[in-house]
Design a protein around this ligand. Structure first.
Ligand SMILES: Cc1cc2nc3c(=O)[nH]c(=O)nc-3n(C[C@H](O)[C@H](O)[C@H](O)COP(=O)(O)OP(=O)(O)OC[C@H]3O[C@@H](n4cnc5c(N)ncnc54)[C@H](O)[C@@H]3O)c2cc1C
Length: 429
């Protein structure tokens, strides 16, 4: 709808407007600005990173899992990792929980890294700004309306990138999507970090041992919904980070349900801390130091785009003419229940991510990037790793700039030009 008039202040026009500064949006904004476009980035919180800094500390998806380790993400995502390593706040960590080699970082440092790279590239950042609607001219998305402390504002652009994770912009523009009404979504997780851990003894507790301790504790007065949760070392001495809690059956786009999930996630974090301190070697003196900024949402809305990536595509390592990124990460399903289910691609293989998965049906001059891409539930469960979200953001950034320069909608620009430029800047296609 485009009915906002007198009470909405116009805050300008950009070549590219990015909504959401998660792994996808941050990379899209940095890439588009490095390509020479004027870029405005809108974020509802007061820092960049989305789940990468609100909830997590390990990039997966850069490498294929298994014995044949192959790096499958490059370009601007490498710059992010390089900057973290230069600051001494990232470690490459072999993974024993299924996703392959990861890059574990300090999320507080990553907030500054994202921001530094964006500012250096010339991105205009608007924090504390919540997009609530779109501006349209027929099928063309021309901008967004956002709520700020100073009232409603509007921003317009040649191309809009929806990297909100929840497809807020696409949904407001009437793009069809699948969500909680269409089948079970992945469970939500409040992560937490413990300080004062004897990390040498704690890391000596192997995965199976930890799971056995969880199973035993569950029979002796501890309420642990997920009994295959993980805990890992961090670049900070004495600090361990967890991925343990599980809140299921929630529609993350419903404020009432999300509020209850936040309360339940924190309650579980306290209970898992009690378990670790009481029952696991190395945690005897540990203290709960921090909780994720909000409960981690793995899946909410998946848009319908020009192509919909499927489980068969992923497990068959399918290749596409319009590939803009690739993924070797397994399907990782955090369903309701005590375990997590993993399905792997053939050893060392990757599936392509087609550009058409970023092109929403029925909306022009709009791209999506990140976890709201066009994919079925299972394909999404592989492609959502942060490495792939960054790679999609990078592709969306390049495509948006080329479309803005041509005065065209992203679906009308030659895909070869996007692919050529992506390869030039280091993307792996
Ligand atoms: C608990 C959990 C554990 C995971 N573990 C891993 C892991 O270990 N490694 C890994 O690689 N991946 C992991 N994933 C997956 C991965 O983290 C996400 O899929 C990925 O970070 C999504 O990135 P994104 O940019 O698409 O979305 P998000 O990171 O969700 O970013 C969206 C951004 O948009 C902002 N936003 C949303 N709506 C609006 C609006 N209306 N207006 C303004 N701003 C808005 C948000 O604040 C946010 O900053 C995990 C996910 C979860 C939830």
């Amino acid at each position: 709808m485009s009915t906002y008039t007198a009470s909405v202040r116009d805050r300008g026009h950009s070549d590219v407007l990015v909504i959401g500064s998660g792994s996808a949006g941050a990379t899209a904004a940095i890439t588009a600005a490095q390509e020479g476009a004027s870029v405005t980035l809108i974020e509802r919180y007061g820092f960049m990173g989305g789940i990468s800094t609100q909830v997590l500390d390990t990039f997966y998806g850069f490498f294929t899992p298994g014995q044949t380790v192959r790096k499958v993400v490059g370009g601007v995502p490498d710059l992010v990792v390089k900057t973290l390593i230069q600051r001494g706040k990232a470690i490459v960590r072999p993974n024993t929980y299924g996703a392959g080699q990861g890059i574990t970082y300090d999320p507080e440092t990553l907030k500054m890294v994202w921001e530094t790279l964006a500012v250096e590239a010339g991105v205009r950042i608007l924090y504390h700004t919540l997009v609530i609607d779109v501006l349209r001219d027929g099928d063309r998305v021309t901008g967004v309306v956002a709520a700020t402390r100073n009232g409603l504002i509007s921003l317009t652009a040649a191309v809009v990138i929806d990297a909100s994770g929840d497809a807020d912009v696409a949904a407001a523009a009437g793009v069809p999507f699948e969500g909680a009404a269409d089948g079970p979504l992945q469970s939500l997780t409040t992560t937490f970090r413990l300080i004062n851990v004897d990390t040498e003894r704690a890391r000596a507790v192997k995965k199976d041992e930890l799971h056995a301790l969880m199973a035993d504790a569950s029979e002796h007065g501890y309420t642990l919904p997920r009994r295959e949760g993980s805990v890992h070392i961090t670049p900070l001495a004495g600090v361990m980070a967890t991925n343990m809690t599980r809140v299921s059956g929630v529609d993350p786009t419903d404020t009432e349900q999300l509020s209850q999930a936040e309360i339940e996630g924190r309650r579980q974090a306290a209970e898992y801390t009690r378990f670790l301190v009481d029952r696991v070697p190395g945690y005897e003196q540990a203290l709960l130091a921090s909780l994720s900024t909000q409960i981690g949402v793995r899946e909410s809305r998946r848009i319908f785009g020009e192509y919909r990536l499927t489980r068969e595509d992923v497990l068959g390592a399918r290749k596409f003419e319009d590939a803009i990124a690739c993924c070797g990460a397994p399907i990782e399903d955090h369903h309701a229940g005590s375990d997590t289910v993993w399905h792997y691609l053939p050893e060392g293989e990757t599936v392509d991510i087609p550009f058409r998965c970023l092109l929403p049906q029925g909306a022009e001059h709009l791209l999506v990037a990140g976890r709201c891409l066009s994919a079925d539930h299972d394909a999404h469960a592989a492609i959502r790793s942060m490495g792939q979200c960054m790679a999609m953001g990078q592709a969306a950034g390049v495509a948006a700039v080329q479309a803005a320069r041509a005065g065209a909608s992203p679906r009308d620009i030659p895909i070869k030009g996007v692919q050529d430029r992506l390869r030039q800047i280091g993307a792996v296609i």
